[in-house]
Design a protein around this ligand. Structure first.
Ligand SMILES: Cc1cc2nc3c(=O)[nH]c(=O)nc-3n(C[C@H](O)[C@H](O)[C@H](O)COP(=O)(O)OP(=O)(O)OC[C@H]3O[C@@H](n4cnc5c(N)ncnc54)[C@H](O)[C@@H]3O)c2cc1C
Length: 487
């Protein structure tokens, strides 16, 4: 007989008889083929891309196991399966494609994984109003391909495009690589459809704006499965761009690059892609440029005349700050390699611990936060690399994205916790926000109090009002302590 699978963070589970009864009762609602307690299904949905999961997996353990996986196919089915779980107080975790970076899908108390991948239709393409209504489980790359076939783009390209869902983007407040022109997912979502813990269905209205109280649609964006299940959304789309302009420049000083970006954003330019890499990352991603200068990658797209004007405005600011024009080919290289993360797997197999930490800075602390976080990370024994780049820029600031690689020897988990503590302390001391787009999940919850102050209490009250039994994705978003991880 096979040995039971070792779990590291499991806090509890539901009595097997309750789960068996639930499976019997939901089978007629969603179809017996859409209900499974097979080991392979429990294992495939029990974790995400949180690097700690990989460390444990290589040691033969998983963080926690669900007891049942179900695949509803309509909003009405989601409503009925949630109502039953609510009545019986069974924990529920929504599951997209498991590309979350912070343990958001880990089923700490067992219960049911609601895998949403079979809710994958585009319900309506409204070309006159430039809106698409799409179900939550549609894969990101397929969503974009389907829009492209009709002459549109969704404008949303997270690096995880090929392994994430539209619902996952909304649940985590995702940001794509072209976000400076098209916005982040919350800017694209005109309305959402969601099911609350007790089965109540909420459907927002797809009008451009209302002054009718707080927008309930927005409650669900970023709620990471703790307030309900987002079943569909109506998102903005754009006609495929007429013209695309690629440009790259290098700067002697990183700070000069940041200042040039601040100024062209202030002047009103909105290139789709803006990425400024420090010397280490310039050397890693563009070896032909060496590691002594910082490269700025720009992609401007839209109507030809506007693209031309934006390129001119931007060039003036970057050249005024001592930039050297390095041509379009580095951007072409970036476009070709932007979804490739194979280097991470190779490092993992060599015994490295690695992660990425994205935070939000204003312009006044953009450079100092980078220096402070880098110093803090390099101060942790075992760190081999703490490099950074900025992307997702705004008139008021930018996202700072740090990559950490360390070789700590045997105690990888202690090292992981130490470098995150160091990085988050430095980020908070600089007044930056602890996450720009990966969200909170399980791991980053421990800093939610420091991030929000009383705001966390407001979030807890909303959670208690919408999910009084506490069944929705327990232990996430910092709504309570996860003692097995945080101690
Ligand atoms: C290599 C890599 C690159 C990445 N690049 C980016 C990037 O560029 N930009 C970015 O923003 N993120 C990025 N991420 C993070 C991740 O891909 C996003 O957070 C993504 O939005 C998660 O989508 P998913 O469908 O895989 O969600 P999952 O991982 O399955 O779930 C994430 C969380 O959302 C909840 N959830 C999922 N679907 C729903 C739903 N329909 N209703 C309610 N709750 C739900 C889950 O319970 C969980 O808490 C990256 C991750 C990886 C591994």
């Amino acid at each position: 007989m096979a040995e039971p699978i070792r779990t590291t963070l499991q806090e509890g589970s539901v009595k097997q008889a309750v789960i068996d009864q639930y499976a019997d009762d939901v089978s007629p609602i969603i179809g017996v083929d859409n209900v499974s307690s097979n080991h392979i299904d429990l294992l495939s949905t029990c974790r995400d891309y949180w690097p700690v999961n990989s460390i444990w997996m290589l040691e033969g353990a998983v963080p926690a196991l669900p007891q049942l996986v179900i695949w509803p196919q309509t909003t009405e089915e989601v409503s009925r399966v949630l109502a039953l779980a609510h009545e019986r107080r069974i924990p529920v975790v929504p599951y997209g494609e498991g590309s979350g970076a912070l343990g958001g899908v880990v089923p700490l108390r067992g219960g049911i994984m609601v895998d949403l991948k079979r809710m994958n239709r585009i319900r309506n393409l409204d070309q006159e109003n430039l809106l698409v209504t799409v179900e939550c489980g549609l894969n990101g790359a397929i969503y974009e391909e389907q829009l492209n076939r009709s002459g549109y783009t969704g404008g949303h390209f997270p690096q995880s495009l090929r392994c994430s869902t539209v619902g996952g983007w909304l649940a985590c407040r995702a940001a794509g690589q072209f976000s400076t022109r098209y916005g982040k997912i919350e800017d694209m979502a005109v309305s959402t459809e969601a099911v609350l813990a007790d089965g109540t269905i909420f459907r927002g209205r797809s009008v451009p704006r209302t002054s009718t109280g707080p927008r309930v649609d927005q409650f669900f964006i970023g709620s990471e499965g703790t307030l309900g299940i987002i079943t569909a959304a109506t998102l903005r789309i754009w006609p495929l761009p007429e013209k695309r302009h690629l440009a790259s420049y290098t700067f002697d000083q990183l700070a000069d690059g940041l200042e040039a970006i601040r100024l062209f954003m202030r002047a009103g330019a909105r290139p789709a892609v803006v990425r400024l890499y420090d010397g280490q990352e310039t050397g890693n991603h563009f070896p032909e440029l060496g590691d002594q200068r910082s490269v700025l990658i720009l992609l401007i797209e839209g109507a030809a005349k506007i693209v031309h004007a934006e390129a001119e405005v931007i060039e003036q600011y970057v050249l005024d700050h001592g930039a050297v024009d390095t041509g379009p080919e580095h951007v072409e290289h970036w476009l070709e390699t932007r979804f490739n993360i194979s280097a991470a797997s190779r490092l993992l197999q060599k015994g490295a611990v690695l992660d990425t930490i994205e935070v939000t800075t204003n312009w006044h602390n953009a450079h100092s936060t980078y220096l402070a976080m880098q110093e803090a990370l390099n101060g942790v024994e075992g760190t081999m690399l703490a490099s950074g780049h900025w992307s997702h820029v705004y008139p008021e600031g930018a996202a700072l994205y740090i990559t950490v690689v360390g070789f700590p020897g045997d105690d990888k988990i202690t090292y992981y916790k130490k470098f995150w503590q160091a990085a988050m302390a430095a980020c908070l001391a600089e007044g930056a926000a602890i996450s720009h787009h990966h969200g909170i999940g399980l791991h980053r919850g421990q800093w939610m109090g420091a991030e929000h102050g009383q705001g966390l209490e407001v979030l807890r009250r909303i959670k208690n009002a919408l999910d009084p039994q506490g069944i929705m994705n327990p232990g996430k978003l910092g709504l309570r302590e996860v003692s097995k991880w945080e101690k």
